[in-house]
Design a binder for this molecule. Structure first.
Ligand code: ADP
Ligand code: MG
Length: 376
């Protein structure tokens, strides 16, 4: 595939007065990639996207598209299209006129306009709605008009800023799959902004997680889930969120605050945090080996149940299949030692051998027998 839809940011910064919205970020998007900019509100996602589009000018750094340095080019010269959260449709124009608006202003001949319109309308399933006004459409249909307007431009790059956030949950999930399918069918390069980790995980080939204007982690959805770079990344990906527990020094290793009897990590991990995902914890009867705990409450969700369980001074979320019958509050928790994540006092992932050391005391907790009796 040609390089013309490669996007490269080099040490890009955006300041407004004394505040820095985007702080010296760099990344390189391969043609045909679906890249997510993910992060909480205010972390600089839209500003980054708008600098790529040319709607904001970078305070410093360069933006390259293909072989060109586009840092100072106006939006119209950058060869890309953009889909906004607000859709930005013209209310007085029909669906058809909204879709071909850009082609008309670029003086594309009428016959070609019509041909491209028909093709794109079919692609996004709007053929029967071309004469309507935007007010006569549902939210999902309006979103498809905005998508169609972007696709018809035939630019190889599409930038999307929270395009699904106005839709209800069911429609969002349909549209996620539609957008992903369109992107791979048309082989577009997409940068997609969202604060929703489900969208990021399900659509992205690659997720760039941002916090306070900087990149926290840049990797595949798998990497973000399995090897979060920081406690922030760990808590942002996955639902319910990963449990994060402060570790203090115990007699035999690091222990969870308030539960001095059970070492759960090597002593060197004390002062940092232990991360363990709700889905990686097993609940066993109180006479089993494992970490002593007390069930406080349960949230039944249909396919699974989230149990809230106290360990020492902290409460953990535990994800259980179906609707287990928890007959008594006292229990033990078990997790496979390789499932833990260790973060240092600054919340950064510990990239040492702590987690892999098979001789550590905490790894010698025997696995309790299969769950069964406890839940009936
Ligand atoms: P996100 O899209 O991740 O929610 P934004 O990129 O919109 O975040 O905003 C990042 C930061 O920049 C925020 O603190 C926001 O208030 C600030 N900001 C955004 N646009 C402007 C602007 N035009 N003038 C001043 N500050 C802005
Ligand atoms: Mg935004």
């Amino acid at each position: 595939m040609s390089n013309q839809s490669r996007i490269r940011l080099e040490q890009v910064t955006k300041r407004w007065g004394a505040s820095t919205a985007v702080d010296n970020i760099s990344f390189d998007v391969t043609p045909g990639q679906f890249v997510i900019l993910l992060g909480p509100s205010g972390c600089g996602k839209s500003t980054t996207l708008r600098m790529i589009a040319g709607l904001e000018e970078a305070s410093s750094g360069q933006v390259h598209i293909g072989e060109r340095d586009v840092t100072h080019l106006p939006p119209g010269d950058r060869g890309l299209s953009m889909v906004f959260q607000s859709y930005a449709l013209f209310p007085h124009l029909s669906v058809a006129d909204n879709i071909v608006f850009g082609l008309r202003s670029r003086k594309v001949p009428k016959a070609e306009r019509r041909e491209r319109l028909n093709k794109v309308a079919e692609l996004v399933d709007l053929t029967d709605y071309l004469d309507r006004k935007p007010a006569q459409l549902s939210g999902g249909q309006r979103q498809r008009v905005a998508l169609a307007r972007s696709i018809i431009s035939e630019h190889p790059i599409c930038l999307m800023d929270e395009p699904l956030s106005n839709l209800d949950a069911r429609l969002r999930s349909d549209m996620r799959r539609e957008i992903k399918a369109l992107q791979s069918r048309l082989n577009m390069t997409v940068i997609y902004v969202t604060h929703d980790q489900v969208e990021a995980m399900s659509m992205g080939d690659r997720v760039i997680l941002m916090q306070h204007g900087t990149i926290v982690q840049d990797g595949t959805p798998d990497e973000l889930y399995n090897r979060p770079a920081s406690a922030f990344a760990a808590s942002f990906i996955g639902s319910p969120a990963m449990n994060l527990l402060p570790l203090v020094a115990g007699a035999n290793g690091a222990v969870i605050e308030g539960e001095p009897g059970t070492s759960v990590a090597p002593l060197e991990a004390a002062g940092g945090q232990l991360g363990i995902r709700p889905e990686d914890i097993e609940l066993h009867p109180a006479n089993s080996p494992g970490v002593p705990a007390t069930v406080i409450s349960e949230e039944y969700l249909g396919a699974d149940t989230i149990a809230y369980v106290a360990v020492g001074a902290h409460t953990l979320r535990v994800r259980l299949n179906g609707r287990p019958l928890l007959t008594q509050p006292a229990c033990r928790l078990y997790w496979a030692p390789e499932k833990i994540h260790l973060f240092d006092a600054n919340g950064q992932r510990r990239h040492d051998t702590l987690q892999e050391d098979p001789s550590a005391a905490y790894r010698r907790v025997p696995r309790p027998p299969a769950v069964g009796s406890f839940q009936h």
